[in-house]
Design a binder for this molecule. Sequence first.
Ligand code: VGL
Ligand code: ZN
Length: 216
Amino acid sequence: MLPDTAALIVVDVQNDFCPGGALAVPQGDEIVPVVNGLASRFSLVVATQDWHPADHVSFAANHPGKQPGDVVSLEDGPQVLWPVHCVQNSPGAAFHPRLDASRFARVFRKGTDPRIDSYSGFFDNRRRHATGLHEFLRQSGVNRVFVCGLATDYCVRWTALDAVALGYRVAVIRDACRGVGIPPGEVEKAWREMVAAGVEPVQSQSVLAGTDVFRK
Ligand code: VGL
Ligand code: ZN
C-alpha cells in the first residue's frame, strides 16, 4: 500500500467568526493556537475564506422583514439567513490576526456569487461551481485530509462531507473546531452526519503523535 499524502484544511478562521465578530462562534478564537501548532507540522496546508459580496443572498439584511436565523426557501432549497459577515475586503473577512497564514500553500475563497451560498470549501451549495480545492489537492497527490476551523456545523461539516464524497480519507480535528449551534442542536447533528458518512473524529494530540503526515 502506498503511504498517505495528507493535507490540513483550515476552514474560515476569520474575524467575523470569532468573539466580537458579526457571526461569532462561541470560543471560536480558542482554536487558533491549536491550528497553528498543527499547521507548523503538516507538509501541506490549505485554507478557505468566506468571501461574500455585500448583496449576498445569505444576509438577512438583503431580505426585507427577515432576521438572522430565519430560513427562506430559494430556488434550490432552504437557506438559513445570517447577519452580514465576511464581506470581501472588510476587517471581518480577514483571517484572525494570530492565525499563521504564512503556512498556507493556497487560500480558496467561497461564497463570492451573490446568488448562492457556499458552505463547503469544494463547491457552492448547488454543487455547480468548484473552488479549485479538489483540483489542487489532486495535483498535489493528496489522498487524506484533516479538516479544522469554523464552524463545525456549517463550513467544516460540508467541507468534510464533500471530501468524503470526492474519495478522500477524512478526519475532523475536534479540538481545532468550534460550532455556532444555530439552530440549537446543529453541532451534534453535524457530528452524527459526519461520522455516519465515514469521517473520523480525532484529537490534535493524536494527529501530532502520528508520523506519516508531517514535513521532513
Ligand atoms: C459559515 C455560516 C455562514 C461557516 C459561513 O464558515 O461555517 N457559516 N457562512
Ligand atoms: Zn458565509
